[in-house]
Ligand binder design. Structure first.
Ligand SMILES: [Zn+2]
Length: 345
């Protein structure tokens, strides 16, 4: 029996040495050390032994088990280490392979222009005011000196939602809302960027939805020269120090007097070309002194307070600045168009 145990020990250790993977090693463990294994089988014959021999044989069997078991453990460590090495070798990264390009986005040209304009006015002490796109007729028209039935309402065909609610046709309602919030007290110095809506058929220069940036300053002693100076700074910062501005008389119901601002044509330097239609000037925005009716309706004493307002289209400014020839490019989101602006980031 003793010899049989030693034989088994020898056999088992040889098998362990030959094992090539963890699966095989586990099979060896089960077959030699399991309950149905040969060692258990041998020990079944212990009944035939004398009382003195039995404990010795028991001890020997345990010793053989321990030896086999530690042999398996050692081999297991070796095989595990080999498996790790193999895995590392198979997963080696080839650093010479070209990487996968990461698609990086860029800001939409209108976002860029609006942020640029915002920064410019924030630098002059303005704050940004934003308001609802679904607006009350009162703020969109009436509070801006455009009572119901006013002929100027025809100038801006509107998307009405109900009798009193519409999609705002301009960002000017924020003038009325801000002044009302300030309860007749100055100063007010805001710009309001946002989307506006008009019933226009889309073409190269019209869109039913577009952006506007409104500016409003209200305080004591605000004069037309303040407006002109502000617009001059804006034009030079936006388009270059060599650009001149001129103001032409115009009409808006909410300003009096009203003006249109032109900047000198960059291409012909004022001599006249196709871009400026031979005039040497390019129309940029509308502006004017806040109409006393608008001030009064918002709760301001128009004998004490005066103000100026201006409104511009970021699309038009971006078109002029980047040489874009069709307003629809901004809204059709053709990636080839948008990608061109990544270089300006
Ligand atoms: Zn020109």
């Amino acid at each position: 029996m003793q010899e049989r145990l030693k034989e088994l020990q020898q056999e088992a250790l040889e098998a362990v040495q030959k094992a090539v993977d963890l699966k095989e090693l586990n099979e060896i463990r089960v077959s030699y050390l399991g309950k149905k294994g040969p060692i258990t089988e041998v020990l079944k014959g212990m009944g035939k032994l004398s009382a003195e021999e039995r404990p010795k044989m028991g001890a020997l069997a345990n010793e053989v088990r321990d030896i086999i078991s530690s042999g398996i453990e050692e081999k297991q460590k070796v095989l595990e280490e080999e498996a790790v090495q193999k895995k590392l070798a198979s997963e080696t990264i080839d650093v010479t392979l070209p990487g996968r390009p990461v698609n990086s986005g860029n800001h939409h040209p209108l976002t860029r222009i609006i942020e640029e304009i915002e920064d410019l006015f924030i630098g002059m002490g303005y704050t940004i005011a934003e308001g609802p796109e679904v607006e009350k007729d009162y703020y969109n028209f009436e509070a801006l000196n455009l009572p119901k039935g006013h002929p100027a309402r025809d100038m801006q065909d509107s998307f009405y939602i109900s009798e009193e609610i519409l999609l705002r046709t301009h960002t000017s309602p924020m003038q009325a809302r801000t002044m009302e919030k300030n309860e007749g007290k100055g100063p007010v110095r805001i710009i309001c960027p946002g989307k506006v809506y008009r019933r226009d058929n889309d073409d190269a220069t019209h869109s039913h939805q577009f952006m506007q940036i409104e500016g409003l300053v209200v305080d004591e002693n605000i004069r037309m020269s303040d407006l002109k100076g502000t617009l001059d700074v804006f034009a030079k910062k936006m388009f270059g120090d060599d650009r001149e501005i001129r103001l032409r008389p115009s009409f808006f119901p909410f300003t009096e007097p009203s003006v249109e601002m032109d900047i000198s044509c960059k291409i012909c330097k004022g001599h006249g070309c196709n871009v400026c239609k031979g005039t040497g000037w390019i129309e940029i925005l509308g502006a004017g002194m806040v109409h006393p009716n608008v001030l009064e309706m918002a709760g301001y004493d128009s004998t004490k307070y005066t103000g100026f307002a201006f409104g511009m289209g970021p699309e038009r400014i971006a078109m002029l600045k980047y040489g874009v020839d069709d307003i629809r490019h901004y809204y059709t989101n053709d990636i080839r168009f948008l990608k061109q602006f990544s270089m300006h980031e």
